[in-house]
Design a protein around this ligand. Structure first.
Ligand code: ADP
Ligand code: MG
Length: 244
């Protein structure tokens, strides 16, 4: 579904992404791991079109997307959440998701299409799928940190993506919220057939949910493979997992 080859992004002379490679097959849950500053967020910004690469290619469903603007990439079925939750704090959870469903349908609220009546069922369905149905009419800014981050996933789902990209989905969450989020990610992949690409620093989360793992360091891809293979990789053990 997604093939990233020799991707490069420099900020001035600094190579934040330095010939990175990544393969994501349809239906997989793929984790990108690596220390702070490895280039994970920059990689996601490149894939979603928020940054333009200096070199390399990004193919989504066989089509080169690296020169497309973010909204075009989004329409092709790539949606994301951010490392820091990105929601409308003063709108209800319902309205946050409804806006995204409407934009996917190229609709907006007008005099003739009052917000009360459009995309209501789809919006409730998404809120139910992520477990926020009972909080639909709460103001987003009043939700717990964990629920705000789940709401952000719901907003991404409003775009009806085939590839969902999550930047540290459990960052700042309590252990209970983390468990809920892992269960949600698994459910989105299993029950709804979504392909999921995420980065994460918590190794328990990574090895609990990922089908495949790509390891980054200094913008480079050290290795990618099945969790067991990655665990056995000596360079990875030294750098990230700590030697036993
Ligand atoms: P990660 O998400 O793996 O922690 P990032 O992709 O956020 O890493 O950052 C990789 C490196 O690129 C870091 O050293 C960071 O300081 C640098 N960087 C990221 N964005 C910018 C930017 N817009 N301008 C300059 N340097 C940046
Ligand atoms: Mg990051």
């Amino acid at each position: 579904m997604l093939t990233v080859k020799n991707l490069e992004k420099s900020f001035d002379d600094f190579k934040a992404v330095n010939r990175a490679n990544l393969d994501v097959a349809e239906g997989e849950i793929v984790a990108v791991i690596g220390p702070n500053g490895a280039g994970k967020t920059t990689l996601f910004n490149l894939i979603t079109g928020m940054l333009k690469p200096n070199g390399g290619t990004i193919q989504f469903k066989g089509e080169e997307i690296s020169s497309l603007p973010p909204h075009r990439i989004c329409k092709k079925g790539v949606a994301r959440s951010f490392q820091v939750a990105n929601i409308f704090h003063r709108l209800s959870a319902f309205r946050n998701v409804q806006v995204s469903v409407l934009s996917q349908q190229n609709k907006s609220m007008t005099l003739f299409h009052p917000a009360k009546r459009i995309a209501v069922q789809e919006t409730y369905q998404i809120l139910e799928n992520v477990g926020l149905l009972d909080k639909s009419h709460k103001i987003a800014g009043s939700l717990s940190h964990g629920d705000q981050r789940i709401l952000e996933i719901a907003i991404a789902l409003g775009n009806k993506p085939s590839l969902l990209i999550l930047d540290e989905p459990t960052a700042g969450m309590s252990p209970e919220e983390t468990a809920t989020t892992i269960a949600l990610v698994k459910n989105l992949a299993d029950a709804q057939g979504l392909t999921i690409l995420f980065c994460e620093h918590d190794m328990d989360v990574v090895f609990g949910v990922a089908n495949r793992i790509m390891v980054m360091e200094h913008g480079r891809t050290i290795t990618q493979g099945k969790p067991d293979e990655v665990k056995k990789n000596q360079e990875v053990q030294r750098a990230y997992l700590g030697e036993e």
